[in-house]
Design a binder for this molecule. Structure first.
Ligand code: FDP
Length: 329
C-alpha cells in the first residue's frame, strides 16, 4: 500500500471530497522526499552547520533548517488549495504568492525539529498541521492560523532516521509509511498505530531539574522509585529531538514532558507548530496531551509563536503527571 493510494482511498470515505485535501498531502509527501534527499547528503556536501541568522525564538538557524523551510514552502505555494502558511522559522504569516490561486486550507509547519542534533547525525524531523480556513476568502489571515488544535483536519510528521517515515492522521487513524528508496515511494509499514495505555519510559531534559516547580520534581522522583508492581523505576530516553522522542513514545508507550520552569515558565515548545500536531496524532492513536492541566487541543492560541508546557503520551501516564501537578499526589 503506497502513501498515494492510502490518501486516495481515504478520500473515497468522503463522497463530498473535492480532492483538494488529498492534493495537499501529495504535495507534502513530495516535499518530504526533497528534504530527505538533502538530509542524506549531510557530511558529504556543505549543508551542515549554521547560517548567520537567528530565528524568532532566538535559536541559531542551521543550513538544513533553512533548506527544509524553503523546500516545503515552494512545494506547497502553488498547489492552489492553501490560503496561507506559517512556519516556525518565520516571524509572520507566509502568504501565497499573488500569481497562484488561494484555497480553502491552512498549512502550519516546523520545517526541521531537533536541529541541535543535525550535525551529530541523530534523528530529526518535520511536523505539519492542516486546518480549514475560517476567513471568508482572499488571502489567509491570522485568524485562520490561530485556531485551537481540535480544529485540525490533519497532522503528521516526517522522521529522518535510519529510514525516512511519513506518519499522518486525517481523522481516520494514525498511519506510518516508510520510504522505500529503491522505488521512491512511501509504503505502509505501521497501520493504525495505537499507543499503549501505559508505559514505563519517560523522556525529559532532566538537566532542568533545579528550575522545575516542586510538584514536577516530586513526580520525576516518584517514577524513579523502585516498585515492581507499578513498573517503576521508569527508564529515561531523551534524544533532544521532540519528533523522535514522541515517535518512540507513540510506539512503545510512556511519556514525553517539556514542563515550564523558572527560566521558561511556559516551557520551550511551540503550541502551534509542535504541540498541536503531535497532540492530534497521539490523541488519535489513543493517547493524551496536556499542558499539565488543560488538554493541548483545547487551548486557544493567542500568538503564532507562543510556548506551552507539554506532557504527551500514554493516557495513564499523562493522568499521573497531571495528578502530581495538581497537588493530588
Ligand atoms: P531544537 O531546539 O534542537 O529544534 O523545539 C525544539 C527542540 O529541539 C525539540 O525538538 C527538542 O525536544 C527540544 O527543543 C530540546 O530542548 P532542550 O535542549 O532544552 O532539551
Amino acid at each position: 500500500m503506497t502513501l498515494e493510494r492510502h490518501i486516495s482511498e481515504g478520500e473515497r470515505i468522503h463522497p463530498e471530497a473535492t480532492g483538494e485535501f488529498s492534493a495537499l498531502l501529495h504535495g507534502l509527501s513530495l516535499a518530504a522526499k526533497l528534504v530527505w534527499r538533502e538530509v542524506t547528503k549531510a557530511g558529504l556536501v556543505n549543508i551542515l552547520g549554521k547560517t548567520d541568522r537567528m530565528n524568532v525564538s532566538g535559536d541559531e538557524v542551521k543550513k538544513l533548517d533553512e533548506f527544509a523551510d524553503e523546500t516545503i514552502f515552494k512545494a506547497m505555494d502553488h498547489v492552489g488549495h492553501l490560503c496561507v502558511m506559517a512556519s516556525e522559522e518565520n516571524e509572520d504569516l507566509l502568504q501565497i504568492p499573488d500569481h497562484y490561486p488561494q484555497g480553502r486550507y491552512v498549512l502550519i509547519y516546523d520545517p526541521l525539529d531537533g536541529s541541535s542534533n543535525i550535525d551529530a547525525n541523530i534523528t530529526i524531523g518535520s511536523i505539519f498541521s492542516i486546518y480549514r480556513r475560517v476567513s471568508p476568502g482572499g488571502k489567509g489571515t491570522m485568524e485562520d492560523v490561530l485556531q485551537p488544535g481540535c480544529k485540525q483536519v490533519a497532522a503528521g510528521y516526517l522522521l529522518f532516521g535510519f529510514s525516512m517515515m511519513f506518519v499522518y492522521c486525517a481523522g481516520h487513524g494514525v498511519h506510518g509509511f516508510t520510504l522505500d528508496p529503491s522505488v521512491g515511494e512511501f509504503l505502509l509499514s505501521h497501520e493504525s498505530i495505537r499507543i499503549p495505555h501505559r508505559g514505563s519510559i519517560y523522556s525529559v531534559n532532566e538537566g532542568n531539574h533545579a528550575r522545575w516547580q516542586p510538584a514536577m520534581q516530586r513526580y520525576i522522583h516518584f517514577i524513579k522509585q523502585d516498585d515492581k508492581a507499578t513498573g517503576r523505576p521508569y527508564s529515561l530516553r531523551y534524544t533532544g529531538s521532540l519528533v523522535a522522542d514522541v515517535h518512540r513514545t507513540l510506539l512503545y508507550g510512556g511519556i514525553y514532558c517539556y514542563p515550564g520552569d523558572t527560566k521558561n515558565p511556559s516551557g520551550k515548545l511551540r503550541l502551534v507548530y509542535e504541540d498541536n500536531p503531535l497532540a492530534y496524532i497521539v490523541e488519535n492513536a489513543g493517547g493524551a496531551a496536556s499542558d499539565g492541566g488543560v488538554r493541548i487541543l483545547d487551548i486557544q492560541p493567542e500568538t503564532l509563536h507562543q510556548h506551552s508546557p507539554l506532557f504527551i503520551g500514554s493516557p495513564d501516564e499523562v493522568k499521573l503527571v497531571e495528578e502530581f501537578l495538581a497537588g493530588k499526589r
